[in-house]
Design a protein around this ligand. Structure first.
Ligand SMILES: C[S@@+](CC[C@H](N)C(=O)[O-])C[C@H]1O[C@@H](n2cnc3c(N)ncnc32)[C@H](O)[C@@H]1O
Length: 229
């Protein structure tokens, strides 16, 4: 199920307590990001992401709201993966702990290709890996898997969303932390790579996206998937 709705309200309406097997999500980082400006017109190709330009206090309030919902709906012992970058990492990790998640690791996504930034161009992001109720912590599938994941980022001129994540990155988390037929949730779907990955891997999927144009992109990707199967 894909919903063009605010994820906090949507979770309250549609998702029962302890009913989701895995959360993989990529929230706004509050960096006011609208995508690369390396276009012919020097203008960004997208408008700024919703909830990506808040005061720190409003961002904290917004984050607590969705984290509370994430904690409520996740089954005990199941995993949550939250994408974030180095600037927001210390806050996000603290806020996740405050709502009750037990943070187990910080995965480094090595994007293989450099992006923006100067004085060391950005080539990595973090993915906070946590569990609800560590006493029942499910094991990840691949025992030899490390906390550095190398998947090339999508070049800026090929993206369909300003902060698009590669399909393989989402697939990795889903494969490691869920079984076929289980329910995966993404509260901030964007262009829908987690949806495509989950459905391709025969999981159930629930996703929220508040921006209609990104929601349409995700829905189109998902419907093309069903058409090709
Ligand atoms: C960092 S992006 C996710 C990008 C996605 N991983 C992708 O690869 O396309 C965050 C998304 O969350 C959406 N968003 C922001 N606030 C939201 C809310 N309250 N509920 C649902 N979606 C929201 C934004 O419109 C944006 O598309």
């Amino acid at each position: 199920m894909l919903y063009n709705e605010d994820c906090v309200e949507g979770c309250k309406k549609y998702i029962a307590n302890d009913s989701v097997d895995l959360i993989v999500t990529d929230p706004p980082y509050n960096l006011g990001f609208g995508g690369t400006k390396q276009t012919k017109s020097k203008q960004p190709r997208f408008s700024i992401i919703a909830n990506d330009q808040l005061s720190h206090r409003d961002y904290q309030r917004f984050t607590f709201q969705w984290l509370h919902q994430a904690y409520r709906v996740l089954k005990p012992g199941r995993h949550i993966y939250v994408c974030i970058d180095w600037r927001m990492y210390p806050h996000m990790v603290l806020w996740m702990r405050r709502v009750g998640f037990i943070v187990k690791n910080c995965i480094v996504w090595d994007k293989e290709r450099m992006g923006m930034g100067w004085q060391y161009r950005y080539r990595h992001e973090f993915i906070i890996f946590a569990v609800k109720d560590a006493t029942r912590n499910r094991r990840v599938k691949t025992r030899t898997s490390t906390d550095v994941w190398r998947y090339p980022r999508i070049p800026g001129n090929k993206t369909v969303h300003p902060t698009e994540k590669p399909l393989d990155l989402m697939s990795k988390a889903i494969q490691e932390s869920s079984e076929e037929g289980e329910r995966v949730l993404d509260l901030f779907m964007g262009s829908g790579p987690a949806a495509v990955a989950a459905l391709t891997l025969n999981r159930e999927f629930t996703g929220f996206e508040v921006d209609l144009s990104h929601f349409d992109t995700a829905s189109k990707r998902v419907s093309e998937l069903s058409f090709n199967r």
